[in-house]
Ligand binder design. Structure first.
Ligand SMILES: *[C@@H]1O[C@H](CO)[C@@H](O)[C@H](O)[C@H]1NC(C)=O
Ligand SMILES: *[C@@H]1O[C@H](CO)[C@@H](O)[C@H](O)[C@H]1NC(C)=O
Ligand SMILES: *[C@@H]1O[C@H](CO)[C@@H](O)[C@H](O)[C@H]1NC(C)=O
Length: 358
């Protein structure tokens, strides 16, 4: 009760016009104003504020990231109050938040995908930032930082955006074969995740143009066009990310847009005396201490390490591609990109791209 008497003292000196009320638990409480939705509440004339100084934080896969958040009381309290801090996460394409971390005093607990990766950073009073280690592709989304003081709580949000690369993906058996679930599996096998709309949109801003429709993480099907043209919806349709809307996740089949981010380790073209069929290629990478690279790994190396090699090579899914960062004669179009020869017969002879975690 010392705390409430203390608050009452503050209150009576600062806000003489406050109405005095007697609540059932004997604890004095009077809401002066309705919270303005901006992370503040009022009790006994003391306001609790919760704020993140930034709207968005950017990260790459595998890095550690801090999502800033802090709280304070106005006027300043001399007696610390026992509060609960809760961080939750709203994935970009879902409606339900999930718990990331709950902390009371110096004890905290993290949940689900965030277990052992989420920590509270409290370097100075009022700081309740979230430290997330080993960021994963699926960590992007909106994070809510919430302070619970007695019956009241206030919160602020901060968005985590991953830097990465979006690539359209079509499986070996051809165009428009993937249900939503098969699309998720196809991206996962390429060391990537189904892209979100925001990720596809920013890839389109960077020039991605693709005339086949693909699944996105929210269950919509879309395709990005920078150069309107006849076979892709016609000349009268504006450039943009064009949407077929939500499609049936089990009945409808499309390609998919996958998203990959930076990777630990490296991707390299294997120096080998002769060209190899697909089986030999996979074996040669193993003998070299690694494994045959996935499509997502090749895109990540192209995007983040500027991998540039004008030699076609096998990849794990049976496709043959090569990465060009510095376009030049006889190495494909004048734009940088990962060039594809599709899925040749596995007995054809090519080079190979390997991945090594070292
Ligand atoms: C508050 O409630 C207590 C117990 O119900 C009562 O004794 C007291 O007079 C009340 N005070 C006011 C200001 O209403
Ligand atoms: C992230 O933090 C962990 C634990 O503090 C540390 O072991 C690791 O090296 C850090 N990773 C990076 C990429 O800084
Ligand atoms: C690749 O070549 C080896 C012989 O070096 C052969 O045994 C294997 O069947 C070939 N694989 C394919 C897919 O052609």
């Amino acid at each position: 009760m010392a705390t409430s008497r203390h608050l009452l003292a503050i209150l009576l000196t600062l806000i003489p016009h406050l109405v005095y009320s007697n609540s059932s638990n004997g604890f004095f409480y009077q809401e002066l104003l309705n919270g303005n939705g901006n992370g503040e509440i009022h009790f006994n004339g003391v306001k609790l504020h919760v704020e993140s100084e930034v709207q968005s934080v950017f990260a790459v896969r595998g890095s550690n990231v801090t999502l800033p958040c802090r709280y304070w009381y106005d006027p300043v309290l001399n007696t610390p109050r026992k509060i609960r801090v809760k961080w939750s996460w709203l994935p970009p394409s879902e409606e339900h938040e999930s718990d990331v971390l709950v902390a009371i005093g110096h004890k905290h607990r993290s949940y689900g995908e965030f277990k052992d990766r989420a920590h509270l950073q409290q370097l100075h009073p009022g700081q309740i930032s979230l430290l997330l280690t080993d960021v994963r592709l699926k960590d992007s989304g909106r994070y809510r930082c919430e302070v619970i003081d007695g019956l009241e709580d206030e919160s602020a949000t901060v968005d985590l955006e991953l830097r990465g690369v979006v690539f359209p993906y079509q499986p070996p058996h051809g165009r428009y074969h993937l249900t939503f679930q098969a699309a998720q599996k196809a991206c996962a096998e390429q060391d990537s995740a189904v892209a979100t709309f925001d990720q596809l949109f920013s890839a389109w801003q960077d020039g991605l143009d693709w005339c086949n429709a693909g699944w996105l993480a929210d269950g919509t099907v879309q395709y990005p066009i920078t150069q309107p043209r006849q076979p892709c919806g016609g000349l009268s349709m504006a450039a943009g990310v064009r949407s077929y809307g939500f499609r049936h996740r089990h009945l409808h089949r499309y390609d998919v847009f996958c998203f990959s981010s930076s990777l630990r380790g490296r991707v390299y073209f294997l120096e080998h005396p002769e060209k190899l069929n697909f089986t030999e290629a996979a074996e040669a990478c193993r003998e070299d201490g690694g494994h045959i690279a996935t499509v997502g790994q090749l895109f990540a190396a192209w995007k983040f390490m500027r991998l540039d090699r004008c030699d076609a090579g096998w990849l794990a899914d049976g496709s043959v591609r090569y990465p060009i960062s510095y376009p030049r004669a006889n190495c494909g179009p004048s734009e940088p990109g990962v060039r594809s020869f599709g899925f040749p017969s596995p007995h054809h002879k090519h080079g190979v791209y390997c991945y090594s975690s070292q």
